[in-house]
Write a protein that binds this ligand. Structure first.
Ligand SMILES: Cc1ncc(COP(=O)(O)O)c(C=O)c1O
Length: 362
């Protein structure tokens, strides 16, 4: 093995040198028996029909994938009810988000987003050359859309709305999003990140596609990582008006969705798989309701979650509590000084976590 004699003097871009690290959810070390509730994943393994598509596709991986993921784009477009020209796929919605920003952000443009929210936001904004403008999430874990609208200046190019918000859990309501969109100039892009859409049961939640029809400056961001259980294969997509979609497609990584992922996603969109996936999502939502009810009975007052996770605003105690949970066999995700996010997993995993939470009773 050769090692460089010295580190290079090649300067990194200032924005890159200053990037915050993306901290992924903890993973169990080999052989350790730990429940993994640290990454907002789906605890169910792939459906048999999806696994079969994956196996078949694996035999063809000497070939490049379809660069434009034509079949998948068409299937996703049919699934959401828009023409195929309005759908852009990528290697997980986090990659698609990066492409959306690269398509519209000029160096130094302001990008407004809530905080705390999805931890990739500050990274993708900086990589795209944007200037982050963060707006605090309210004490109840809800986005403050009034403050976010007030944060828009003539230098703002993009606003990101995460609903449900990761890691706090609540959704924005249709009426407040409508008021927000009316206040934001038409040439400011509003990215509505709906990564957890399928878990939402709040009747006041917005209908993203309806918004997009009436507000062409809206882009919807969706993923097959959460409800569809394909986190390990990386498939996400944006839905946008055709001109914006073409711009996003133009900056996307060539062959950005691999062949196995394309076939697995297509199998997941088949009617039979859709029914099975819906049942799994319903089971996870029921489990979320069981967990939140049990936590309330323990005395917790937590933000109302419509995603597959629960947020504990524990402030400075977050890291220590996470270590206690690990010691009790459950991996959770601390955000230092802020809080603890616990994903909804298998019934046994949730029970193990509830036993830990009981020892922290507020
Ligand atoms: C709000 C939000 N958006 C986007 C993503 C990215 O998901 P993926 O890149 O797996 O599609 C996540 C993942 O945790 C998320 O929480």
């Amino acid at each position: 093995m050769t090692t460089p004699a010295d580190s290079s003097t090649v300067p990194l871009r200032a924005a890159v040198a200053a990037l915050p690290a993306y901290v992924p959810g903890a993973r169990p070390t080999q052989g350790a028996k730990l429940w993994k509730l640290s990454s907002n994943e789906n605890p169910y393994p792939p459906l048999p029909s999806v696994l079969e598509a994956i196996t078949r596709a694996a035999e063809e991986t000497n070939r490049y994938p379809d660069m434009y993921a034509t079949e998948l784009v068409e299937a996703l477009a049919a699934h959401v009810g828009v023409p195929a020209e309005q759908v852009v796929v990528g290697n997980g919605s986090v990659a698609v988000l990066g492409h959306v920003l690269q398509a519209v952000v000029e160096h130094g443009d302001e990008v407004v987003f809530p905080w705390r929210s999805f931890e990739a936001y500050p990274i993708v904004v900086a990589v795209a050359g944007g200037a982050a403008v963060t707006v605090p999430v309210a004490a109840d874990g809800r986005l403050d859309l009034t403050a976010m609208a007030a944060a828009v200046t003539p230098r703002t190019r993009v606003v990101m709305v995460c609903t449900p918000n990761n890691p706090t859990g609540p959704v924005v309501h249709a009426d407040e999003l409508e008021t927000f969109l009316a206040a934001v100039p038409r040439d400011v892009l509003v990215i509505v990140d709906e990564a957890y859409l399928e878990f939402v049961r709040d009747p006041q939640a917005p209908d993203g596609l309806d918004l997009l029809r009436r507000h062409p400056n809206v882009v919807l961001l969706r993923t097959l990582s959460k409800a569809y259980g394909l986190a390990g294969l990386r498939v996400g997509y944006a839905v946008a008006e055709p001109r914006l979609a073409a711009g996003i497609r133009a900056v996307s990584t060539p062959f950005g969705v691999n062949h196995v992922a394309q076939r697995a996603a297509l199998a997941s969109l088949e009617p039979v798989a859709q029914g099975e996936l819906r049942q799994r999502v319903d089971a996870l939502v029921a489990e979320r309701d069981r967990v939140t009810t049990a936590l309330r009975e323990q005395g917790w007052e937590l933000p109302e979650t419509h995603a597959n996770f629960v947020w504990f605003p524990l402030g400075d105690a977050a890291v220590e509590r996470a270590a206690e949970a690990t010691a009790a066999g459950v991996l959770v995700r601390p955000f230092a000084g802020d809080g603890l996010r616990v994903s909804i997993g298998e019934v046994e995993a949730n029970d193990a976590f509830l036993a830990v939470a009981a020892t922290w009773r507020p």
